[in-house]
Design a protein around this ligand. Structure first.
Ligand SMILES: NC(=O)C1=CN([C@@H]2O[C@H](COP(=O)(O)OP(=O)(O)OC[C@H]3O[C@@H](n4cnc5c(N)ncnc54)[C@H](O)[C@@H]3O)[C@@H](O)[C@H]2O)C=CC1
Ligand SMILES: Nc1nc(O)c(N)c(N[C@@H]2O[C@H](COP(=O)(O)O)[C@@H](O)[C@H]2O)n1
Length: 218
């Protein structure tokens, strides 16, 4: 029987004070060694998923480059379908399978614009992307594992409904501060600690001054 959702790993590099980017959007927190570890992980999953702001601010490739291995399918949450044609993801989507996930809120003109790009479009949700429904749709497509690479708003959407299985954080030796700098988890947050998912520390790995923490959801 098909599982109702793929195995979901949340992954990010944070500063010691829990930020994933500065207030100006600088997010280069990982080290070269950590990059190699991350790319090995990327090569083992079926898909990598990010939110629209991460595409806008980082213009990422989301490919496997620092090790040998296959590129996963790239998935972008983009309710209104506003991803730029000039983004690296769209520019390389002929060669690397890419899915843009929109909601029913998308305008006809934005949908028509998206259809011209070599991407698959999935519609899931009324106003913003319904993560539970999306995971179900990805399961139907035989996507068995998804690496969620942020940002903070996207992380919250997975965390608030317990829709993840594992969390891998690279604690980087920086202190960023700033109330408007992006945190690992954005959104409304939980009102009580008891509402938080409970995590078990599965392993730790020191990479010079970076510390990779691997938690599983209990
Ligand atoms: N250090 C790290 O490991 C990483 C850092 N970043 C940083 O995070 C920042 C971006 O984070 P955020 O602003 O929080 O945005 P985000 O990257 O999580 O994107 C959020 C946007 O995605 C779209 N979206 C549609 N449906 C959604 C849904 N159901 N859930 C969530 N998003 C949905 C919406 O337009 C929403 O505003 C950037 O500065 C980036 O550099 C991003 C990834 C990893
Ligand atoms: N693990 C990790 N460490 C960092 O320091 C990061 N900034 C990120 N960010 C994620 O990786 C994306 C960049 O991917 P490419 O190198 O362009 O393939 C970035 O957009 C975030 O999703 N992750």
């Amino acid at each position: 029987m098909e599982k109702s959702k793929p195995y979901v790993i949340l992954s990010a590099a944070t500063s010691i004070d829990g930020k994933i980017a500065t207030v100006t959007g600088d997010s280069k927190l990982s080290s070269k060694l950590d990059g190699i570890r991350l790319h090995k992980l990327r090569s083992k999953v079926d898909a990598i998923l990010v939110g629209k702001n991460t595409v806008l601010l980082d213009d990422p490739m989301l490919t496997v480059r620092h090790t040998k291995g296959k590129n996963p399918i790239r998935i972008v949450l983009d309710s209104k379908g506003s991803i730029s044609k000039n983004s690296k993801i769209i520019q390389t989507s002929k060669k690397i399978p890419t899915i843009v996930v929109v909601s029913n809120k998308i305008t006809k003109s934005n949908l028509e614009r998206l259809k011209k790009f070599p991407v698959e479009i999935i519609i899931a949700g009324k106003n913003s992307v319904d993560i539970k429904l999306l995971l179900k749709k990805l399961s139907y497509k035989k996507i068995k594992s998804v690496l969620v690479e942020g940002g903070g708003t996207t992380n919250w959407e997975f965390i608030k409904n317990g829709l993840f299985d594992e969390l891998i954080i690279t604690l980087s030796p920086f202190l960023i501060g700033g109330k408007d700098a992006v945190s690992l988890v954005e959104g409304d947050g939980f009102k009580k600690i008891t509402n938080s998912p409970i995590l078990r520390l599965k392993s730790t790995m020191r990479l010079k001054n970076h510390l990779v923490l691997n938690y599983v959801k209990v």
